[in-house]
Design a protein around this ligand. Structure first.
Ligand SMILES: Cc1cc2nc3c(=O)[nH]c(=O)nc-3n(C[C@H](O)[C@H](O)[C@H](O)COP(=O)(O)OP(=O)(O)OC[C@H]3O[C@@H](n4cnc5c(N)ncnc54)[C@H](O)[C@@H]3O)c2cc1C
Length: 489
């Protein structure tokens, strides 16, 4: 597998292919694989480096530095800010995420069908695409004992009579005690793509798309990380699939002069975290990643347990600096939990001379109320699970010691006070037949641009409510299948 992943294409100033796929995250990797297996000559270009899954420890500082965009620092600005992260490496977000997996809820697809007029979209119609993706990127439940920090959340919900689940993951555990392997794109679809004869170029950023004489031209910069000089390259192709992720895809398209309904409706799942402290140890080094989620309050908000390593506890308690000694003494008794809503809407615009686009998030009172309510419910579940203290990530909020403290919390927090973060972004270029709001048709063809497709999370018409990667892959699989069946017309 490692040898296959290391097969990257020699780069020359002028290159060509039938199809160029830009971005190798879940959307791009699935699309490129299907096109290569259909017999097309496919070039997959990726801005980030080509690193194996095992090249750096998961959830480490090194991973953040090498596999995340801007070393993990991206900010959506506005009166309420959202700090978000994106993967930037072969495999995109699938390399750095936890791989918590869900098929799209039916009510979400129904909403997209009605509001965005997406043709041929239902859970039944998507099911074969989920199944096909799950055959390559396998989905499993954790074998054996679950980590206590995770089951605490489940137990709290159960005591309150709330619906909670163990979420499966894109992971092959290989049985109790075996190390297992995450089913990221570099472990699954990218090797399949290479085996089908696809060509991969990493360290290469597409800067602009132009069209002339019935062909697309991708102007890109190849910037190898091994000290070789940077090189401007141009790739010509009959078709281009843009799959740079929900922020970078609209940025690239807008830089290329394509603006209709592009970058106007980016959505986040904004998240607020709390640290809970229990009376006994729940957080053991070497425990498997947490997997439980509370679904009782969806679609308004969901809850879950985050990776709770010691340095991360420090970050999550930034608004309670006076209590850092607790982490030193009691970090094994602590876990990080989150409440996540579905209504952070933003725009994506390029700025002259800046590489990264400006992401501006709209202030929404509704979002601040929803998250404030969600935070109270999360604290309630944690106290029901035996927490002795809960530290919210909102400036000026007290440490909560009981449900009386929870009830005294305000119904809304100031947008500038909450440390909102997000790892889920989508919907910046929605698909559908509603031309007033959609950037592409129901299958990802960009309107008014022959031979140009979008193939990533940008296409989703709104928040998925659940973790989105399963939806991104299934929609990419559906649209690539449709494009192949229709000879890319
Ligand atoms: C820390 C983290 C945790 C997450 N946890 C989960 C989870 O548990 N479950 C889940 O379902 N989802 C999770 N997600 C979200 C999931 O990873 C994304 O929904 C998914 O990766 C989106 O796929 P994509 O193909 O749209 O884009 P991405 O995965 O973002 O891939 C886009 C790729 O394009 C490349 N690119 C960008 N611009 C250019 C350019 N101009 N030229 C060339 N290449 C370019 C990028 O480097 C990147 O590799 C998480 C995400 C993160 C970051």
């Amino acid at each position: 597998m490692k040898e296959i992943l290391n097969m990257t294409e020699p780069v020359s100033r002028k290159m060509s292919a039938d199809i160029v796929v830009i971005g190798s995250g879940p959307g791009g990797a699935v699309t490129a694989t299907l096109c290569a297996e259909a017999g097309a000559s496919v070039l997959l270009i990726e801005e980030g480096p080509n690193l194996s899954l095992q090249s750096v420890p998961h959830f480490s500082r090194e991973e953040v530095l090498r596999k995340y965009r801007n070393a993990g620092i991206c900010i959506a600005t506005g009166r309420s800010k959202i700090a978000y992260v994106e993967g930037r490496c072969v495999g995109g977000g699938s390399e750095v995420n936890r791989g918590l997996y869900h098929r799209t809820p039916e009510y979400v697809l129904d909403l997209w069908k009605t509001e965005f007029e997406v043709e041929d979209l239902s859970l039944d119609k998507l099911k074969p695409h989920f199944i096909a993706c799950e055959r390559t990127a396998q989905v499993e439940y954790l074998p054996g004992d679950k980590p206590l920090v995770s089951t605490r959340l489940y137990d709290g919900a159960a005591r309150l009579g709330w619906q909670a689940i163990e979420a499966p993951r894109l992971y092959r555990y290989g049985g109790i005690g075996a190390p297992g392997r995450k089913q990221s794109m570099s472990e699954t679809f990218v090797p399949r793509f290479l085996l089908a004869g696809g060509r991969l170029i990493a360290d290469t950023t597409a800067n602009r798309l132009t069209r002339a004489s019935g062909k697309w031209f991708v102007k890109a910069q190849h910037a190898p990380t091994d000290g070789r000089p940077r090189q401007q390259i141009e790739i010509s192709a009959d078709r281009v699939f843009v799959a740079c992720g929900a922020v970078q895809t609209p940025a690239l398209l807008r830089r290329s002069g394509l603006k209709k309904n592009i970058g106007n409706s980016l959505y986040f799942h904004p998240m607020l975290k709390v640290v809970a402290q229990f009376g006994e140890d729940v957080n053991k080094p070497g425990d498997l990643d947490p997997v439980h989620q509370i679904r009782e309050f969806e679609p308004d908000f969901g809850m879950g347990c985050s990776i709770s390593k010691r340095p991360m506890l420090g970050l999550a308690m930034a608004h309670h600096a006076g209590h850092f000694a607790e982490i030193e003494q009691h970090w094994r008794r602590m876990g990080i939990y989150y409440v996540q809503a579905a209504s952070g809407r933003a725009t994506v615009r390029n700025l002259p001379f800046f590489r990264d686009p400006l992401v501006t998030v709209r202030q929404s009172e509704q979002l601040l109320r929803t998250l404030a309510n969600g935070l109270k419910r999360l604290a309630e579940a944690l106290f029901a699970a035996g927490a002795v203290a809960v530290y919210p990530s909102i400036r000026g909020y007290p440490v909560l010691r009981s449900m009386i403290d929870v009830r005294n919390l305000p119904d809304m927090f100031g947008g500038e006070d909450g440390s909102m973060t997000s790892v889920h972004v989508f919907s910046s270029c929605p698909m559908g037949e509603n031309e007033a709001v959609c950037a592409t048709d129901s299958f990802g063809r960009v309107r008014g641009a022959d031979g140009l497709f979008i193939a990533d999370a940008s296409l989703l018409c709104g928040p998925t409510i659940v973790n989105p990667q399963g939806t991104v892959m299934a929609v990419a699989h559906r649209n690539a299948t449709h494009a192949i069946e229709n000879r890319f017309r």
